[in-house]
Design a protein around this ligand. Structure first.
Ligand code: PEP
Length: 256
């Protein structure tokens, strides 16, 4: 059975004291250490703070981005090896804010996926359609295009080498969540694309939902057969709200 994961994307928010407060709140909540897998994606500047707080626990952390080259004259960039050096297990790749604001292409996403895996990181790769694409009935075509660049990296042998996060862009930070049924339909579609390559891989692949996940909608989303947890933005900055989401995952029967 697939594990369930709750991931916190802090985006460009927080100073050291906030990182200590939020990390300690999660550690002190006494969550089951094996279920769910809880991962924090702080800004780079706070990775060492989270690592220091969480190093003796089951809590994991990761970078919000990486560059595909291993080192060199790339001012302002961070490599996979640098993230590993800070104890990261995961890295976000292709978040819609990276795709839209920083013009990351599908090809860039693929290069980053490869670099992350070479560095020994598990990429959490984001896909999702805009409001306009959704209204034009293009959701599946957009996802298919994005997934075409991701599929070569989905498996490392028989094991998934990454996690997918379905994040409809119209739901990110808007308070407008996909209904559990709508999200389930898309997750099943995404899993089906992977099944075209390998049924075994598809059944083991974790697919998270992201887009205004809150304490009051998490349980219904996580109850769907193909939703394996959540990638949480805004609500991950409020300890109480984030813990409510973690509790919803903990109460879910799968994984562990
Ligand atoms: C995100 O940024 O990945 C996200 C899902 O944000 P929010 O939960 O705020 O919609």
């Amino acid at each position: 059975m697939r594990q369930i994961m709750v991931a916190a994307n802090w985006k460009m928010n927080g100073l050291s004291a906030d990182a200590v407060h939020l990390t300690r709140a999660i550690l002190d909540a006494g969550l089951d250490p094996t279920h769910p897998e809880v991962v924090i994606f702080p800004p780079y500047t706070l990775l060492h703070v989270v690592a220091q707080e969480a190093k003796a626990s089951a809590l994991r952390w990761g970078g919000q981005n990486l560059f595909w080259e291993p080192s060199g004259a790339f001012t302002g960039e961070i490599s996979g090896a640098m993230l590993r050096d800070l104890g990261c297990r995961y890295v976000l790749v292709g978040h819609s804010e990276r795709r839209q604001i920083f013009a990351e292409s599908d090809a860039d996403v693929a290069r980053k996926l490869k670099a992350a895996q070479v560095a020994g990181l598990i990429p959490v790769v984001c896909v999702g359609e805009t409001e306009q694409e959704r209204l034009a009935g293009e959701t599946e075509a957009v996802l298919q295009r994005q997934m075409k660049h991701i599929l070569p990296y989905v498996g490392i042998g028989a094991q998934p080498g990454l996690v997918i996060a379905y994040e409809p862009i119209w739901a990110i930070g808007t308070g407008q969540t996909a209904s559990p049924e709508e999200a389930q339909q898309v997750h099943a579609f995404l899993r089906g694309l992977v099944a075209g390559q390998s049924e075994a891989l598809a059944s083991r692949l974790m697919i998270l939902y992201g887009g205004s996940v809150k304490g009051n909608n998490a349980a219904a989303l996580f109850a769907q057969a193909d939703i394996d947890g959540g990638l949480v933005g805004g609500a991950s900055l409020q300890a109480g709200e984030f813990l409510q989401i973690c509790r919803a995952a903990e109460a879910n029967g799968r994984g562990g």
